[in-house]
Write a protein that binds this ligand. Structure first.
Ligand SMILES: [Zn+2]
Length: 271
């Protein structure tokens, strides 16, 4: 039984002991992580990490839409990086639309517009280079990101840590895109309800580490092993076996990101 963490920011300084992080993950059956970048520096760091841990870390390059400190120059640099390193990448992400940062933006309209323009450019790049997209598009931005995906002709995308009005979710699923849930699914009703509504064939699991969680995860550093607990919660919510959840979500992740399943490390143990 194997699980894949489809969104973990493994470049983070909170993961100084990366071999330990990967070891603990394999102990819970989480054999690999798709690792999205958020900036020029984090993107390049991921290349190094992926080379050091082949099969366990699968890099995506991205430009985080909520990071107000990133400049237009950074954006152009990320686009150039994606083209240059296409062969080493399994996806484009984390990319998306600004939402939370708009509360702090000096010019909300300009920030929202720049976000839309950049996402449009990045989705064009994804289509050009045949890369799937790991999207940050929370709440009301999900419907807008969906329209941009369709306009750009993006076929493969995941709405990471999905949270959106029902109508937007319905259209996202009808279009065949994936949505993912985090360890929040262990304790938060909103996410548990989402799992009920999403077919297992379109569901992905992720940690979004090092983002911190509550409930049983309070004051813990978020790591990929927590995807093991998320998979347990999904099995209980859907009333199916853990094996079914693991098999289908791993198949989903491999299909979306084009992962070579033969290169995945074996799980260390399974309890
Ligand atoms: Zn993220």
């Amino acid at each position: 039984m194997m699980l894949i963490d489809t969104h973990c920011h493994l470049f983070s300084s909170e993961y100084a002991d990366l071999p330990g992080v990967l070891h603990r993950a394999r102990g819970r059956g989480v054999v690999a992580a798709v690792a999205p970048g958020v900036s020029p520096a984090s993107n390049l760091r991921l290349l190094t990490l992926a080379r050091a841990h082949p099969g366990a870390i699968w890099p995506c390059f991205g430009f985080h839409p909520e990071h107000l400190f990133l400049t237009e120059e950074d954006f152009q640099m990320v686009c150039a990086q994606v083209r240059e390193h296409r062969a080493a990448l399994v996806g484009l992400g984390e990319v998306g639309l600004p939402y939370y940062c708009l509360a702090d933006a000096p010019d909300v309209k300009a920030t929202a517009e720049a976000g839309r323009r950049r996402l449009r450019d990045l989705l064009g790049l994804a289509v050009d280079l045949d890369l799937p997209v790991s999207l940050h598009a929370p709440h009301e931005t999900a419907a807008e990101a969906f329209v941009l995906l369709r306009e750009a002709g993006v076929a493969r995308a995941a709405f990471h840590w999905h949270k959106a009005p029902e109508e937007a979710t319905r259209r996202i699923l009808e279009a065949g895109y994936f949505v993912s849930v985090t360890p929040e699914v262990c304790y938060r009703q909103r996410d548990r309800q989402l799992v009920k509504e999403v077919p297992l064939e379109q569901l992905l699991l992720e940690s979004d580490g090092p983002w911190p969680y509550e409930g049983e995860f309070t004051r813990m550093t978020t790591e990929p092993w927590m995807v093991g607990l998320a998979s347990n919660a999904v099995a209980r919510i859907k009333g199916i076996s853990l094996g079914e959840v693991a098999e289908q979500t791993t198949r989903n992740a491999a299909r979306l990101f084009g992962l070579d399943v033969g290169r995945l490390p074996a799980p260390r143990a399974w309890r």
